[in-house]
Design a protein around this ligand. Structure first.
Ligand code: DC
Length: 228
């Protein structure tokens, strides 16, 4: 039987990490975990409770509330992946809004938030056979992962992808706003003190600006087969 491995996928926002991770998990029969959804759910919690808005951030109250934030993925067989539940409520739709995207990097900077989520992520991966995507998976969550992928694409390509997605959902946003959000998040994600986004030393970099989903998937599956 094939050896069960851990696959860590990191990279900038909207580089198609989750598309690749879902394809791999389905092909290998592995669990897929979108760690961005966890940071987004904490952000949604902070917004709903009025702990953060454009002019204000009550970080201390958010930190004190962390024990009362329960995050669970519940597998949806129709979708083929686990949807995010915050304190028992499905928030999969809410956490994908531009409003949440605009605040999530601020929340992801907080060490106490990271410590809580990383602990839960490590636990989810203890039996391997997992594909996890995020920003610090190959560096912090699973430094011993057998396969680490670091995904990049130009900011313009990524903003166009995210803009198309949001338009399809009927979100009234401009391309300019989306590009600005992508660039801001790149900056904050790579410059924060705790677990900044960096390519792990032994990660394989994939620039998918000019790769189709299928080409990218075939490339990574070949890497997996070489390890197993
Ligand atoms: O992958 P995403 O765009 O849904 O992630 C949302 C934000 O969460 C992203 O701007 C950075 C943060 N994040 C993080 O800091 N660490 C992770 N492992 C995953 C996401």
């Amino acid at each position: 039987m094939d050896k069960k491995i851990t696959i860590a996928i990191d990279g900038f926002s909207s580089t198609g990490k989750s598309t690749l991770a879902k394809q791999l998990a389905a092909a290998l029969g592995y669990v897929y975990v979108d760690t961005g959804a966890m940071y987004r759910a904490v952000t949604y919690f902070a917004l709903q409770n009025g702990y953060i808005d454009a002019a204000f951030f009550d970080k201390e109250t958010l930190i004190r509330s962390l024990p009362f934030i329960n995050l669970q993925f519940q597998f949806n067989p129709d979708l083929g992946f686990g949807e995010m539940y915050l304190n028992g409520t499905n928030v999969e739709q809410e956490i994908r809004s531009l409003r949440v995207s605009n605040f999530v990097s601020k929340i992801a900077e907080i060490s106490e938030v990271r410590a809580k989520l990383v602990e839960q992520q490590k636990e989810m991966g203890k039996d391997k056979a997992i594909v996890m995507d995020g920003r610090d998976i190959g560096t912090v969550v699973f430094p011993d992962a057998e396969l680490k992928i670091f995904m990049t694409a130009s900011a313009q390509t990524r903003a166009q992808r995210r803009f198309d997605e949001l338009q399809q959902k009927g979100d009234a946003v401009s391309y300019k706003e989306v590009l600005q959000n992508v660039e801001e998040r790149d900056y904050i994600d790579t410059h924060r003190d705790d677990s900044p986004l960096v390519k792990a030393e032994n990660a394989i970099e994939i620039d998918n600006s000019h790769l189709s989903r299928e080409e990218q998937f075939d490339k990574v599956l070949a890497l997996v087969n070489r390890i197993q």
